[in-house]
Design a protein around this ligand. Structure first.
Ligand SMILES: NC(=O)C1=CN([C@@H]2O[C@H](COP(=O)(O)OP(=O)(O)OC[C@H]3O[C@@H](n4cnc5c(N)ncnc54)[C@H](OP(=O)(O)O)[C@@H]3O)[C@@H](O)[C@H]2O)C=CC1
Ligand SMILES: O=C(CO)COP(=O)(O)O
Length: 329
């Protein structure tokens, strides 16, 4: 039996534990909150995130001891928002991941260091690139809970390893496919969150579907330009791990990033939007990282720049989106 450690107690971790445990893998599940662990052990539900999902505790062992959770696992899935990864992993020794495959389910970058999660794991925990996978694709935890047909892409430099992980995920409502462009899909997943923020901001300002369609079309160009400058490779951005993930995040009622942006467009401050939402919009942190990286690359990124100006420079959402309106074709 595969032994899988899942780190994180939010919506995505909860959805992944559902998929994997229903396929009868043994899951050690780390949640930081002891009260949530007790609730899971007693009732088989995560009390605060997609709480309708019922877990079979013969396959799922919740714990708030991260060392124990990771110890015997051969796969370790990271599903903590990027901003809290360093804090979460700080309780682990540097060699905690030796001999294991690390799977990042995170669509964000380490703030301040401005590095992808896979690079962080290699630099700080010595996990070789070929021992790592990322989970990408247009997939909201809430739809997994409802068992709606979903598609995941598993990126890895080691395609056989990616295929092995795909096999752990596939079920009646989840299709999974391997892909070797691990860096491309990881960056794209970070950038689509920023675009979804912009779409939410525009919606909050009363722009309609016509404008959003043009925003998303322009965003594809922005993402392509950035990826080509960062890591040139022939890649098909029409694939669901790229365009598909952008579309679901930009349009879905479940998107945290779009919801957060919508509040900003309607006049909430960043602080009040964060408090109201009670979930994490990765794009808020990512826009700062991408803005920093682009100081070196110097590619034209009008949507990213507008979102950065709104969230970090006190620019008025209306004025920034108006300026984009003049740029778009
Ligand atoms: N939700 C989704 O559908 C998908 C999410 N992802 C990615 O998964 C990752 C996890 O996001 P998601 O599950 O949605 O998160 P949620 O927004 O559902 O939950 C937030 C999580 O962050 C934790 N958290 C909040 N503040 C802190 C803190 N200061 N220190 C440590 N932990 C904290 C919360 O713990 P607590 O409740 O104890 O505060 C909770 O576990 C993100 O990178 C996201 O982009 C990827 C695909 C789909
Ligand atoms: O990446 C996601 C869906 O594929 C989740 O996006 P949000 O964090 O905006 O909800």
């Amino acid at each position: 039996m595969e032994k899988i450690a899942v780190l994180g107690g939010g919506s995505w971790a909860t959805a992944l534990v559902k998929i994997l445990s229903e396929n009868k893998a043994a899951i050690n599940w780390w949640l930081r909150n002891a009260e949530d662990v007790r609730h899971l052990q007693q009732y088989g539900h995560n009390p605060r995130y997609i709480s309708g999902v019922k877990f079979d505790l013969n396959f799922v062992s919740p714990s708030n001891d991260i060392r124990e959770t990771v110890k015997d696992a051969n796969w370790v899935i990271l599903a903590v928002p990027a901003a809290f990864v360093q804090q979460a992993l700080s309780q682990l020794p540097q060699d905690a991941f030796q001999g294991k495959t690390l799977v990042s389910a995170i669509k964000g970058m380490i703030p301040g260091e401005n590095v992808l999660i896979t690079d962080f794991l290699e630099d700080h925990y010595g996990v070789p690139a070929e021992h790592q996978c990322v989970i990408a694709g247009p997939c909201h935890a809430e739809e997994v809970a409802l068992e709606k047909q979903s598609y995941l892409t598993i990126g890895s430099h080691d395609i056989a390893r990616a295929e092995q992980f795909c096999a752990l995920l596939r079920n009646r409502y989840v299709k999974a496919n391997p892909l070797d462009d691990i860096d491309g899909i990881e960056y794209c997943a970070v950038m689509k969150n920023i675009i979804a923020l912009a779409c939410g901001i525009a919606h909050g300002l009363n722009y309609g579907d016509n404008f959003q369609a043009v925003m998303v079309s322009n965003a594809m160009e922005e993402i392509e330009t950035f990826l080509d400058a960062m890591m040139p490779l022939h890649r098909d951005l029409k694939g669901s791990a790229y365009l598909g993930d952008l579309l679901v995040t930009a349009y879905s009622q479940f998107s945290r990033n779009r919801t957060f942006g919508n509040m900003i467009g309607r006049g909430y401050t960043v602080k009040s939007a964060q408090v109201e939402m009670n979930m994490v919009a990765e794009g808020y942190y990512a826009v700062q990282s991408i803005h920093e990286l682009n100081k070196r690359l110097k590619v034209e990124m009008p949507i990213t720049t507008a979102v950065y100006n709104i969230l970090y420079n006190g620019a008025t959402p209306g004025a920034e989106i108006d300026a984009l309106k003049e740029k778009f074709k």
